[in-house]
Design a protein. Sequence first.
Length: 306
Amino acid sequence: MLRIAHVSDLHVLAPLGYQLRRILFNKRMTGYLNLRMKRGRAYRREYLLAVLAAAARADHLVVTGDLTNLSLESEYEEAGRLLAGAARTTEVTVVPGNHDIYLPAIRRKRRFPHHFSQYLGSDLPALALDLPAGHFPSVKLRGPAAIIGLTTAVPRPPFVSAGHIGDDQLAALAAVLAHPEVARRTPVVLLHHSPFDGPNRLEQLRGGLVDARALRRTLQPVARGLVLYGHLHQREHARLATAHGVLDAVCAPSASIDHSDASARAGFNVYEIDDGGRVASIEGRVLDPATSTFLPVTLGGGSGMG
């Protein structure tokens, strides 16, 4: 039995605050103002520490993006320290989110793989593309599972957070899924943005995965597995129909958000894959601030589609 813990949207803040010269005159200013105005969605470091400590008890910890808040070097460094702590007790795999590649310069300078390359390794490196966010798809063959990381993170203008995989990465994903070592295992696909379409095309282009339909086409040969994502800051479980079966598509909440509603408060998900490759269980955990413990929570239905 392989037990996988899923956290997302850490949104690690700069430990010593924000220097105006780092955020003025670029998209970071809008992100900073958004953080300041939405006081009801406060990011709590103590919540994040509790989530990572609990999730690190699993056999494998996957992080589906937005490790940082504004892609600042101090945020990268702090996120790296937190992940290093979790990696002392479990294996860690990460993929980037839109907040991790916030500006074109961050992408060009390859800051994400610079800080997190130790969590981006692949057992099938010949099938990976050398992208600004790292080498993707990344593949880790672990017991009954093939953990496959994708990047959807691209820099966008202010007030736009949409993701994009791209034809080349999708072709590489198809090759990965067809590889014998992957085909005989249960795929666990990691990405930041939802694999489903938004309520309309405008919303899709503003904050969704613009080529979600192409991703779903690429996944059609798969009979069973998991598609894990974040970005929405909510717990969500939907079914994604394929030509040969059904995939479970599951969103994890933000690992650090303080919210009065337990459906949105910090927590993580846990998945168990048995030795035969069956997804045996899918469970959510929400932090109870009063007791500093994690309680089971129902994963709400999402906008699944075939």
